[in-house]
Design a binder for this molecule. Structure first.
Ligand code: S3P
Length: 176
């Protein structure tokens, strides 16, 4: 299902546990283009897990690293980029990503999100919560307006990762 990119990158935003990384990688494979995952790039450059970066240097430090990686990715082309769930909080990140890409929001029901992240210890903003569902709902509410900053939204709650990837490609061909 190869296609010609009309814009330069296809960017996945969305809350933790919506499958941005898994679905993004499959989408890139289907399109025959490169895949970048901003969290993975940060972990590689720091040689440290996301949770350790938060624990040792704090969120502010992580957000600066994220901003730098987002800027570098935005300068490239023909890539599928999966971003961290908080990338939307910085308007400069969104301006950079949009200047060079089609932004797709992946959404999922809170119970699906919780199921996907339940046992993951590498999500510092969620892993300490006493009640994960409450925390997820609270953060989704706080971030609702930020996530509206997109070109297209896909609810992946009832999709397999393959179906979600096909839906992303279809939406890009239709709208991008
Ligand atoms: C974050 C989401 C994480 C990671 C970091 C902060 C957030 O990425 O970037 O822990 O603020 O929502 P995922 O969306 O891959 O979990």
């Amino acid at each position: 299902m190869r296609m010609d990119f009309k814009l330069k990158n296809l960017v996945l935003i969305g809350f933790s546990g919506t499958g941005k990384s898994t679905i993004g990688e499959i989408t890139a494979k289907k399109l025959g283009v490169q895949f970048a995952d901003t969290d993975k790039l940060i972990e590689l450059s720091e040689n440290m897990s996301i949770s350790r970066i938060f624990a040792e240097f704090g969120e502010k430090y992580f957000r600066q690293l994220e901003k730098d990686v987002v800027r570098e990715c935005s300068e490239k082309k023909d890539m599928v980029i999966a971003t961290g769930g908080g990338v939307v909080l910085d308007p400069q990140n969104m301006a950079n990503l949009k200047s060079n890409g089609f932004i797709i929001l992946l959404k999922a029901k809170p119970e699906i999100i919780c199921r996907n992240i339940y046992e993951d210890k590498n999500r510092p903003l969620l892993s300490d919560s006493e009640n994960l569902m409450d925390r997820v709902n609270e953060m989704l509410k706080i971030r609702a307006d930020y996530y509206k900053d997109n070109h297209y939204e896909i609810d992946v709650s009832d999709m397999t990762v393959e179906q979600a990837a096909d839906e992303i490609i279809k939406s890009y061909n239709m709208m991008g």
